[in-house]
Design a protein around this ligand. Structure first.
Ligand SMILES: [Mn+2]
Length: 348
């Protein structure tokens, strides 16, 4: 019985990857900044180390619109529908997740090849049977932190300061987005030290902020307005919920990629300790599904939303977590509020 703990050092993983020729890099479905940053930085450093295009990323689910610009010429594929990976790899590297559920359509591909798989992650929970080599950096705020070590190891560099700018940018993007632009409780001195090194490597941090955060389509703001219009407060105003139906997303002219990150807005209310957005992801009545995204405020009476998400079959981090429930929005909200009121009671 293996555990969700590191059993391979970054050096051992770099050595294991040294002679691999066809490397598939994967991350969680609907990749966010850290998933994109850690996967593309892995690919770029692997390819740069041997000066061959031996590694590429395969993404599933909607990808952020800024992916193309951030990736530049780094090789990646965005799979649609039932498309699958069309090469037979000699190594698989999974970054920023280690959960079968989060691999969605690619889980079976990996399941048949766990012997050649390595996981580099920072989540508190995962499935240790995914790979014999696990590097789980639970103290890291972002997966790009252990990936940065891998990059410096693969390229035989002393320090992240020496990284090529196009790798440093990817690492910075993951570090900044997974810490809410350096605001979350997960930020430790090591995060700022790494950020400083990445700036030394030539990262234009203001340009990355503008690219990721100030480039929304108007339809995203319309979807946000629709979500805000459904704002409800529960449990003596300590819990905020917002809802987004498929209909509302469609009416806003938005797509699934436009709806992330709204939960943060509820935390602006003084009394609110946890804010959640419930997004409808399936249309058919027989097969409803709701995605729940939660954010909580840091502080002495912090609600650990990772535990709440786990109770609902999902996971994440103490201040940012989520789950997907096979119910309608209303039924999911009932279950969510039950789980949350339990958690807020526990922390008074
Ligand atoms: Mn992450």
């Amino acid at each position: 019985m293996s555990a969700w703990e590191t059993n391979a050092s970054i050096k051992e993983i770099a050595d294991w990857l040294a002679d691999k020729q066809r490397i598939v890099v994967l991350t969680h479905s609907r990749p966010d900044g850290d998933a994109v940053g850690s996967s593309l930085a892995t690919v770029r450093s692997l390819n740069r180390a041997t000066k061959t295009r031996r590694a590429s990323v395969w993404y599933t689910g909607s990808t952020p619109w800024w992916l193309k610009e951030l990736a530049g010429d780094a090789p990646y594929h965005a799979l649609e529908g039932h498309d699958n990976i069309d090469i037979e790899p000699d190594a698989i590297v999974v970054v920023d997740t280690g959960s079968w559920k989060q691999l969605e359509g690619l889980a079976d591909f990996v399941r048949n090849r766990t012997a050649i798989t390595t996981v580099i992650d920072h989540h508190l929970n995962g499935d240790p049977d995914m790979a014999p080599r696990l590097h789980i950096s639970k103290e890291s705020a972002a997966a790009v932190q252990p990936v940065c070590q891998l990059a410096t190891e693969l390229l035989h560099l002393e320090c992240p300061r020496d990284l090529p700018t196009n790798i440093a940018e990817l690492i910075y993007a993951g570090l900044a987005t997974d810490t809410g632009w350096f605001r979350h409780a997960s930020v430790r001195p090591a995060v700022f030290r790494l950020a400083a090194d990445l700036l030394d490597a030539g990262v234009d941090h203001a340009a990355i902020y503008a690219l990721v955060e100030q480039h929304d389509r108007a339809s995203r703001l319309r979807a946000m307005a629709a979500a805000l219009a459904t704002l409800e407060l529960h449990d003596r105003d300590r819990i905020a919920t917002m809802e987004l139906t498929r209909e509302a997303i469609h009416a806003a002219g938005a797509g699934p990629a436009d709806t992330g990150g709204f939960s943060e807005l509820g935390l602006k209310i003084a009394s609110v300790r946890v804010s959640a957005t419930l997004t409808e992801v399936e249309t058919s009545k027989e097969d409803p599904a709701t995605k729940i995204s939660m954010r909580s405020k840091a502080g002495s009476n912090m609600v650990n939303v990772n535990l709440v998400a786990q109770a609902l079959g999902g996971g994440g981090h103490a201040n940012a977590a989520g789950a997907k429930l096979p119910y309608t929005i209303q039924e999911s909200k009932r279950r969510l509020l039950d789980a949350l009121e339990h958690a807020t009671k526990a922390t008074k």
